[in-house]
Design a protein. Structure first.
Length: 484
């Protein structure tokens, strides 16, 4: 008997859309009820947190702002070791599209583990990997997918960004890359050079050469002092001049890399007309356009991919986070004309994560079957409407923006004099207080953007309207407490 027949490996490509729903619903209901009964929490220390401080690297981040030791999670809820329950609007920085421990994902992972499939596969193919490749191509725009190639990378989005840069440089024979103010593409050395935030770069003393930064259309804090459509048009004019001017000082680039919605930079959506214009410039000057969809991909923004809001197609798209169903996995998908690298030009020991591929296929099946991209569009509009209403009550809310369930609230110094466009200075201290007050009331939100003054909502796409309303209500209470 063959191994495949003995272990039923081929059956793994039959991904369940929803399994064990009763158990899942019961746990969610239990956590929801306990969350409703909560009082504001005392966020004192726990021995686990103390040992983390003593032993873990000083580079740790989230526990400094969100001092939690987690014990259990289901759906949109997490429970810590002291029994406190929180609505999770961080969701693994957008990784957990289906929330925590979704039954379809857990079922396919269990089935994969029992199958005898080699979990460590390098870049050998398997039925699970073959199914996964088809599933990924199946959610990309059809014209792009028809001519696409997939490169499996290391576990993180940063590794896929590194691969995309290498791909473009090899294919074009050029070295310069154009990136944008406010960009975030990862923390490895190459990806770090593309980052707008100077903080992580300062300690290095220098960064790699060959990156030219460009103005991103940020309506609230327009780099041209224009705002709106005029600011976006000025950005495109600036980029076109840089590419066409023989004395711009910038060599013809190997690639332009862009986030259609900047995440860590402060949840800043690029206007669709601007993205179309950028796509046109990249085509005209024969420059591969790389779309970083690590955080914004797979339904997060109300479309399967954020670039679809502009009706464009990339030459290269970088995918991770939700791609692996909560497990580490990243890929680069690109047009076949760029497939010029030699065998081994980019590799990685853990590029064959079979468990993540199985979990990823299950996630994509649920996303498509339940139309969670459409749900994200509807719920995101609902959340932004409620946050905008809070902006009428609290002058410290400078801007509410986002796409789908990728939403940001920029907090400002309400007592400061606004600039010519009406924007006031960022207020990071207030943002820190609001985050703390949210946590005390059972809501996990993260901060980002300029000076860490943007409150970021990245809830699981399976969040219900009632759960989202509760998150918005708590956020309003936290604002009131922080501003008192």
């Amino acid at each position: 008997m063959s191994l495949s027949a003995a272990s039923n490996v081929p059956a793994l490509d039959q991904v369940p859309v929803a399994l064990k729903p009763t158990l899942h619903a019961g746990l969610v209901a239990e956590l929801a009820e306990r969350h409703r009964r909560r009082a504001p929490y005392d966020l004192g220390d726990h021995p686990l947190l103390e040992r983390q401080r003593q032993r873990e690297s000083s580079a740790r981040t989230y526990p400094r702002r969100l001092p939690l030791a987690l014990a259990r999670a289901q759906g949109v809820y997490v429970e810590d070791v002291e029994g406190r329950v929180f609505i999770d609007c961080l969701a693994g920085a957008g990784t957990l599209a289906l929330g925590h421990n979704h039954p379809a994902v857990i079922e396919v992972m269990e089935r994969t583990l029992r199958s005898g499939l080699p979990l460590h596969g390098l870049d050998f193919t398997t039925p699970v990997k073959d199914r996964f490749m088809q599933d990924v191509l199946g959610v990309l725009p059809a014209d792009f997918a028809r001519h696409a190639r997939i490169q499996f990378c290391g576990p993180t989005g940063a590794d896929a960004v590194e691969a995309a840069l290498k791909l473009a440089k090899i294919a074009t024979g050029r070295g310069t890359v154009l990136a944008f103010h406010g960009a975030y593409h990862g923390m490895t050395q190459g990806a770090l050079t593309l980052m707008g935030n100077l903080g992580p770069k300062v300690a290095l003393g220098h960064s790699l050469h060959g990156v030219q930064f460009l103005p991103y259309p940020y309506a609230y804090r327009c780099p041209f002092g224009l705002g709106g459509d005029a600011g976006a048009a000025a950005s495109l004019a600036y980029i076109e001049n840089l590419l066409s001017d023989p004395e711009s000082g910038v060599p013809k680039p190997a690639a332009i890399i862009i986030e259609a919605v900047q995440g860590e930079g402060g949840v800043i959506p690029a206007p669709p007309t601007w993205l179309k214009g950028l796509r046109g410039l990249a085509t005209r000057y024969d420059i591969p356009l790389i779309l970083d969809e690590v955080q914004s991909g797979f339904g997060r923004t109300g479309r399967m991919f954020a670039f679809e809001h502009a009706g464009i197609e990339p030459d290269v798209v970088v995918l991770s986070k939700a791609l692996g169903g909560g497990l580490p996995l990243s890929v680069v998908v690109y047009h076949e004309r760029l497939d010029a690298w030699r065998p081994g030009a980019h590799a990685g020991t853990f590029r064959g994560n079979q468990l993540a591929m199985a979990a990823g296929s299950a996630t994509l099946a649920v996303l498509r079957a339940e139309r969670l991209d459409a749900a994200a569009a509807e719920l995101g509009a609902r959340l932004m409407q409620q946050l905008a209403a809070l902006g009428e009550r609290f002058a410290c809310i400078g801007d509410v923006r986002g796409r789908g369930l990728m939403v940001g609230v920029e907090l400002v110094d309400a007592a400061a004099v606004p600039n010519a466009l009406g924007a006031r200075p960022a207020h990071p201290e207030l943002a820190a207080r609001v985050q703390h007050e949210c946590l005390r009331r059972g809501l996990i939100v993260e901060r980002g953007g300029r000076h860490g003054s943007v409150m970021r909502f990245l809830p699981p796409l399976v969040i219900t309207a009632a759960q989202l309303d509760e998150a918005a209500r708590i956020f309003g209470q936290a604002l009131a407490a922080a501003c008192a």
